[in-house]
Design a protein around this ligand. Structure first.
Ligand code: HSE
Length: 412
């Protein structure tokens, strides 16, 4: 690609991010890229560009020899996979921001990149403007990372900020997040924690070399948080954030998506509205922190633009950690300290917990704070109840390396 003076782009989608890309591309002088054609679905929608920019036939882009790079920015993940896989098979480099598509089809996409020797870049898929994937790929290019934790979803952070700071109700705050272009077309992906799970799934690959089917990661969103929970957090001086995290101990990896109480000393405490924040822990560097806008047209388009720019110098992901950590496996066998609010009829029993720190009972708003085996938590019947909410406490997850544990047992 370096021998061409200008990269010619075929763009799929002209929604929030597609429109944003058009603008940032035209406002950024240094990038030698030009949008050749934009493929859209709806013929009747009024658009900000003249008709000749658009086509309704995907093959006008996918089989167009004049186009070097396909930029995929639609929200239907299965249609996106069809587009991306066809493009890669045709030898076209691809830039996408579709986290669901990448997480659900990772193995196939990896194989296509290898077989056809074409790059697929997706920085815009994880935390929008924060360059987390390239940092994990290039800077943290070793096996000394121990944890990645953060706010990976702008919409839920926006909603929770509005609830905490402005006493807005959930529906009004969600509507604002939708109007601002932060939320997915199906906002359940945001509020039920699927979107941050897909991002966590991608980060697991680039942080720890683990390829995990997203079905194997449990996600718990923010829809069950009640005024009682918010009041409890306020009284303690906490905020509640939807936190995705992964930790590694030996070959054991854990990955969770749950609301969490955030104390004022936590780096995520001041990350509000549509901002995302990511804390990285590694053995020698200890803790590092990234923050930036995690949703919205321009922040996402800026990451997409950065990927387009990276293609001009033939950048591709090397997935080195997949080779470094072939035995890395996801596990639900660890202890999480949680706050669980429950009603008398919810079926929760204190004996489900390994330890109980606090127990409060008042009929409809009982709560328990204690340590519970994560597998027990996510397979319990009560976790599905609308009369229950689960919030992780500020205590870190207790993840131990089974090999070290065994060695300690033998020594004892
Ligand atoms: N719906 C996503 C969010 C968009 O709110 O974070 C950015 O991925």
């Amino acid at each position: 690609m370096t021998n061409k003076s200008i990269i010619k782009l075929g763009v799929f989608g002209f929604g929030c991010v597609g429109g944003g890309l058009y603008e940032v591309l035209h406002k950024t002088g240094g990038i030698k890229a030009h949008i050749e054609k934009i493929c859209v679905k709806n013929r009747d929608k009024k658009r900000s560009l003249p008709e000749e920019f658009f086509t309704y036939d995907k093959n006008d882009l996918l089989f167009n020899d004049n186009i070097d790079v396909i930029v995929e920015l639609i929200d239907d993940s299965e249609a996106a996979f069809e587009i991306v896989s066809t493009a890669l098979k045709n030898g076209k480099a691809v830039v996408t921001a579709n986290k669901k598509m990448i997480a659900e089809h990772f193995e196939e996409l990896l194989q296509l990149q290898q077989e056809y020797n074409v790059p697929l870049l997706y920085e815009g898929a994880c935390c929008a403007s924060i360059p987390i994937i390239r940092n994990l790929e290039e800077y943290y290019d070793n096996d000394l990372l121990t944890a990645v934790e953060g706010i990976f979803n702008g919409s839920t952070n926006y909603i929770l900020t509005k609830i905490f700071d402005e006493n807005l109700d959930f529906d009004t705050a969600l509507k604002q997040a939708q109007e601002a272009g932060f939320a997915e077309s199906d906002p359940r992906l945001d509020v039920d924690g699927f979107d941050p799970k897909y991002k966590l799934d991608i980060i697991l690959t680039h942080a720890f070399g683990a390829t995990v089917n997203p079905i194997d990661i449990f996600n718990y969103g923010i829809t069950r948080l009640s005024p009682f929970d918010i009041q409890y957090a306020r009284e303690k001086g906490y905020r509640i954030k939807l936190v995705a995290q992964c930790r590694k101990a030996g070959d054991k990896i854990v990955a969770t998506v749950f609301p969490k109480f955030i104390t004022p000393s936590d780096k995520l405490y001041t990350i509000n509205n549509e901002y995302n924040g990511i804390v990285i822990e590694s053995i020698f560097a200890e803790t590092q922190f990234f923050s930036g806008k995690g949703a919205g047209a321009y922040p996402t388009a800026s990451a997409v633009l950065s990927d387009i720019s990276a293609l001009t110098y033939n950048y591709k992901y090397e997935y080195k950690k997949l080779l470094q950590n072939p035995a890395a496996r996801i596990s639900n066998d660890f202890l999480a300290e949680v706050f669980v609010r429950f009603s008398d009829g919810s079926g929760l029993k204190p004996t489900d917990f390994e330890t109980v720190k606090e127990f409060y009972s008042s009929g409809n708003n009982n709560f328990i704070i204690g340590e519970i085996n994560y597998q027990t938590l996510v397979t319990s019947n009560w976790i599905k109840s609308n009369e229950v909410s689960v919030i992780f406490t500020a205590s870190p997850l207790k993840v131990t390396d089974p090999v070290e544990e065994l060695a300690a047992l033998v020594e004892a």
